[in-house]
Write a protein that binds this ligand. Sequence first.
Ligand code: C2E
Ligand code: CA
Ligand code: CA
Ligand code: CA
Length: 279
Amino acid sequence: AKGEGRNTFKFYVPKMDANADKRLLLETSLRKALDNEEFRVYYQPKVDITTKQITAMEALLRWQHPTLGLVAPSEFIPLAEETGLIVPIGEWVLRAACLQNRKWLEMGLPPMKVAVNLSGYQFQQPNLLDIIRTVLADTGLDPGLLELEITESVIMQNPDFAVAVLAEIRDLGIHISIDDFGTGYSSLAHLKRFSINTLKIDKSFVRDVEINSADAAIATAIIAMGNSLNLKVIAEGVETEGQLTFLSENKCDEVQGFLFSTPMPSEDVADFLRGRTTL
Ligand code: C2E
Ligand code: CA
Ligand code: CA
Ligand code: CA
């Protein structure tokens, strides 16, 4: 009986170790990833639904780990938040994206905004505004060409705090989008207090918008809410012509998704834009 017990013990332990090992490996690697220059920023266009012009490029972080390969943001962003590493990583992304947008302008590309995702942890940092101001000063990017995306759930965690921070960001001349909109609990009463420019319809409502009447109702309600508050509305995760037609008929302002482009390395952006204008 003693031997059996030992066997059972041996049987369960390796799997638990493997999970803990993976997490520890990720965490130790994440601490070194900035210094080792393992991060890349990819860019995905936002498209004006009527003119088809590119209004912005969203910066999406990619981590190329030397042995694990490409690690998805869904795997390392939560870890970066738990460890506080999101603060230096987020500042790095902001700086890289602002510098890149300056470069595109200098290359003669038409002016577009660059959109950077802010995590909840970053949003709560008392020195967030200082960091943003410093990056803008260092890179010389016009604040009007920077957009910050903050999720609805982060904003709704503490609406009064969010009202104050968003107002300060907007005073710098930066655009603000509420990301993953529709998944949180904003009401019209909340929304009118926030200094924001855009609502971004979460892709979970876009996927089945043509066949699911609840999703269609949510999408059209968000568009109506945006219109009544003079906000732009963008839909993310647009993959098909059918979804695009629905959004266009219902007066959504902008779209983003694989239908137009997957996120691409910065070097591909000029070719992407040229390819579109010669079409
Ligand atoms: P998000 O900000 O909601 O970004 C949209 C995600 O949907 C991206 O995944 C994008 O690649 C993906 N996507 C774009 N078009 C389509 C489409 O047509 N269909 C589908 N199914 N997906 C599409 P990604 O790049 O893996 O990023 C996942 C999340 O990680 C982001 O969600 C964002 O919350 C976070 N993230 C990425 N980069 C950063 C960053 O620099 N800072 C912070 N704080 N978070 C980031
Ligand atoms: Ca986003
Ligand atoms: Ca989103
Ligand atoms: Ca999301």
